[in-house]
Design a protein around this ligand. Structure first.
Ligand code: PRX
Length: 638
C-alpha cells in the first residue's frame, strides 16, 4: 500500500484515534517515519504548554519540505503529473507539469531568489494569480528556507503594505497582472502603490501573465523570465535544499480576527508537513494516479495545504485552476472535471450555492463519471446545498467530506474520512486522529455528553497548529489561548449530536465568513471610518443565500449635500481601497445613532437581529443610552 498510515475502515479509525489520544507522541512519531528527514525525529517528540503558548513538534529533527514534495518522488514517479494547470480562458492550452519538471523549475527559481539576495529566514511576499509559477515561487522559497507570505490577489495596496510592514518583508514576487473570469487584475500596479514609502523591500520579481504595461523600477524590479533564463543558460537545474529544523518557520499567512488588524499566522516545517500530508491522505482517501482538484485560491490556507503541500508531499496530481466557477459560463467546473477526469473535487459551499442557482442544465452532457470523492470547506454547508452536490455532482455515489478547519490549524481537524467513517449532511462529524475537541460554556466549563452545544476548543496540540503570530507572540496568546485556560479557542460554536458528531454552527466572535472568506467586523469598520464623511459605523453579518453571510453596515454619515446613493458608493470605494473588494458591505444603512450601552459599548446583538430581519424579539433594550434609536434603525432596514 502506498500510504501505510491510510485508514481504511471505521474500526481502524477508532483504533488510530484511541492511540493518538493515549500516546500522541508515539502516534505522530510513527506517522513521521514515512517522510524524508535529514535527521529523523528522536527523543522528545512534543514540547508544549498552552499558557505561553509553546508548541514544538519534532524539534531537533532536520528536513526540507521540498525534498518531501519533490525529490523523493523523482525516482519512481518523476513523470507523474504534479500540477495540471487549467487557465482562465478555456481556449488557452493547459499545462501539465511532471514532478521532474516541477523540481527543475523550483530549483531554478531558488537560484533566482539566491541571485537576488534572498537568504534563509527572509520574508518573501508573494502576490500572484493562480498560475503554476505561484506554486513554484512558494516551493522555491521553502527550498532555500525563506519564509513565504502569500497575499491573496484580491487584497488592496493598503492591505499589502500593512502585511509587508508587519512581516518586515524584503522581497516580493508578483505578476504583471492576473486573469480572473472576465477581469484583468493589474497586480504589479497594486504592488507599486503598496510600495510607496516602503523602505524595506529590496527587490520585486515580476512574472509575465497578462502582458499589460507595467512600470519596472531600475534597481528594484526584475523580470522572472529574464532571471530564469540566465540560470537556465548556466545549466543550474538543481539546488541543494536548505536544511531546516522541524520548528523553523515555513510560512506566514495573514488572517482576520476580531481586532482591526490581520494576524500573521506562523506555520513551521516539520509539523505542518506531517499534518497536511496525513490529513490529505486520510480525509480524501487519495490513491496514486487520481486527479485532485481543489478549487481554492493559493492565497488562502486551503490552497497552501490542499493544492500545494498536502498533495505534493503525497506524490499526488494536483489540479490548479486560474479562473472562476461561473465564467465563461456556469459549466466551468464540470468541463474541467470532464476534461481531466478529475477524481476528487474539493470546493466551498458558496461555490456550490452559486452554481445551484443555474440549475442542472450546465451539468447536462458533462461526463462526471470520473468523480469519486467530493469535499467542502470554509463555512457551514446547508442541507439543501449538500443534497444538490450529492445528487447532481456526485450522482449519489461519491462520499462527501465536510471538512472543518482554520488558517491557524494547518490542516483539516474535523471531518469524515471519505467512504470510511460515516457522513451526515451539514455535519463535519468526527475529529481526525490527534485532534481532541471539547465544547465549553462561556465560563470555560466543559459541556459533557451528547446532544449539547458550546464553544469549540481543542485541548491538545496537533502537529499542524500555529506556533505564533508573527512578531507578536502575546497576540497569539490573547487571541487563542487566553479565553479559556489551557485550551485553544477556535472562535466557532458547535453542537455535538447523539453520536458524538460535530456540527459547526459558525463564529461566536466578531468575525464574518463571507463566501468562505474570513473578515473581521472591526477591520471593515476601520475601513468605512476612513471615509471623510463617516462619523461612526457598526458592521454585522446577516444570512445571505449564496455567500453564507453578507456584510451589513450601519453608518452615521455627516457629509453635507451629498446624495445618499453617491455617498454609499464612496464608502464602498473606500473599503475597496483599504482592504479589497471582498470586504465591501452588501448593505449600508445610514443611521443617526447606534444602540449603545451607558458605558458606550455598541449593542451588536441588536444590530445583528435587525439585519437578520427580526423586529420583535430584540432582547433587553433597557440598558441602552437611547432606546429610541432602535426604532429608527428598524424602520430604515434595507
Ligand atoms: O468558522 C469556521 C469556518 O471558517 C473559519 C476558518 O476560516 P479560515 O481560517 O479562512 O479557513 C477556511 C478554510 C479552512 C472557521 O473558524 N469553517 C471552515 N470550514 C468549515 C467552517 N465552518 C463550518 N464547516 C466547515 N466545514
Amino acid at each position: 500500500m502506498p500510504y501505510p498510515y491510510q485508514i481504511k475502515t471505521y474500526d481502524q479509525y477508532k483504533q488510530a484515534y484511541q492511540k493518538s489520544v493515549e500516546d500522541p507522541e508515539a502516534f505522530w512519531a510513527d506517522i513521521a517515519e514515512h517522510f524524508y528527514w535529514r535527521k529523523k525525529p528522536s527523543g522528545k517528540i512534543l514540547n508544549w504548554n498552552f499558557k505561553e503558548p509553546k508548541i514544538e513538534w519534532f524539534k531537533g529533527a532536520k528536513l526540507n519540505i521540498t525534498e518531501n514534495c519533490l525529490d523523493r518522488h523523482l525516482e519512481k514517479n518523476g513523470n507523474t503529473p504534479a500540477i495540471i494547470w487549467e487557465p482562465n480562458d478555456p481556449d488557452e492550452k493547459p499545462r501539465i507539469i511532471s514532478y521532474k519538471k516541477l523540481h527543475e523549475h523550483v530549483c531554478r527559481f531558488a537560484h533566482v531568489l539566491k541571485n537576488n539576495g534572498v537568504q534563509k529566514g527572509d520574508r518573501v511576499c508573494i502576490y500572484m494569480g493562480m498560475i503554476p509559477e505561484l506554486a513554484i515561487a512558494i516551493l522555491a522559497c521553502a527550498r532555500i528556507g525563506a519564509i513565504h507570505s502569500v497575499v491573496f490577489g484580491g487584497f488592496s495596496a493598503q492591505s499589502i503594505s500593512d502585511r509587508l510592514m508587519d512581516a518586515q518583508a524584503t522581497f516580493i514576487i508578483t505578476c504583471d497582472g492576473a486573469y480572473r473570469g472576465a477581469k484583468d487584475i493589474p497586480l504589479k500596479n497594486v504592488i507599486d502603490d503598496a510600495l510607496i514609502g516602503n523602505k524595506t523591500v529590496k527587490r520585486v520579481i515580476v512574472c509575465t501573465r497578462t502582458r499589460i504595461p507595467v512600470s519596472m523600477i531600475k534597481g528594484r524590479d526584475v523580470w522572472w523570465e529574464e532571471e530564469m533564463k540566465r540560470v537556465e543558460e548556466q545549466g543550474l537545474n538543481f539546488i541543494e535544499a536548505e536544511e531546516m529544523d522541524a520548528e523553523d518557520p515555513l510560512f506566514i499567512l495573514y488572517t482576520s480576527g476580531s481586532t482591526g488588524k490581520p494576524k500573521g499566522v506562523v506555520h513551521t516545517s516539520g509539523g505542518y508537513m506531517v499534518y497536511t500530508n496525513y490529513s490529505f491522505v486520510n480525509v480524501f482517501q487519495y490513491q496514486p494516479g487520481q486527479v485532485h482538484f481543489c478549487t481554492a485560491d493559493i492565497g488562502w490556507i486551503t490552497g497552501h495545504s490542499y493544492i500545494v503541500y498536502g498533495p505534493l508531499s503525497a506524490g499526488a496530481t494536483s489540479l490548479m485552476f486560474e479562473g472562476v466557477p461561473t465564467w465563461p459560463d456556469a459549466g466551468r467546473f464540470w468541463n474541467i472535471i470532464d476534461k481531466f477526469k478529475v477524481n476528487i473535487l474539493y470546493t466551498a459551499p458558496t461555490a456550490i450555492r452559486s452554481l445551484m442557482g443555474f440549475g442542472t442544465a450546465p451539468l447536462d452532457r458533462k461526463d462526471l463519471s470520473s468523480l469519486q470523492i467530493l469535499g467542502t470547506v470554509g463555512e457551514p454547508i446547508n442541507e439543501e446545498a449538500w443534497h444538490w452536490y450529492d445528487e447532481n455532482v456526485g450522482k449519489k455515489h461519491c462520499p462527501i467530506v465536510d471538512t472543518w478547519w482554520q488558517t491557524e490549524n494547518g490542516g483539516i481537524l474535523i471531518s469524515n474520512l471519505a467512504g470510511v467513517t460515516p457522513a451526515k449532511p451539514s455535519y463535519a462529524t468526527l475529529p481526525l486522529p490527534g485532534v481532541q475537541p471539547i465544547l465549553v460554556d462561556e465560563n470555560g466549563k466543559e459541556v459533557e455528553g451528547n446532544n449539547v452545544s458550546g464553544n469549540l476548543c481543542i485541548k491538545f496540540p496537533w502537529p499542524g497548529m500555529l506556533r505564533t503570530t508573527y512578531g507578536d507572540h502575546e497576540r497569539c496568546r490573547t487571541n487563542y489561548f487566553a479565553t479559556y485556560e489551557n485550551l485553544y479557542f477556535t472562535g466557532d460554536g458547535a453542537l455535538r449530536d447523539e453520536n458524538g458528531f460535530y456540527r459547526i454552527t459558525g463564529r461566536v466572535d466578531d468575525v464574518l465568513n463571507v463566501s468562505g472568506h474570513r473578515i473581521g467586523t472591526a477591520e471593515v469598520e476601520n475601513a468605512i471610518n476612513m471615509h471623510a464623511g463617516v462619523v461612526e459605523s457598526a458592521v454585522v453579518g446577516y444570512p445571505h443565500d449564496i455567500k453564507g453571510q453578507g456584510i451589513y453596515a450601519y453608518v452615521i454619515f455627516k457629509g453635507e449635500g451629498i446624495e445618499e446613493s453617491l455617498a454609499k458608493k464612496d464608502i464602498l470605494q473606500t473599503v475597496t481601497r483599504v482592504i479589497g473588494a471582498i470586504a465591501k458591505p452588501d448593505k449600508i444603512q445610514f443611521v443617526s445613532g447606534l444602540p449603545k450601552t451607558r458605558s458606550g459599548k455598541i449593542m451588536r446583538r441588536i444590530l445583528r437581529k435587525i439585519a437578520e430581519g427580526e423586529t420583535q424579539n430584540l432582547g433587553d433594550t433597557s440598558t441602552l443610552l437611547d432606546p429610541g434609536v432602535v426604532d429608527e434603525i428598524k424602520k430604515g432596514k434595507i
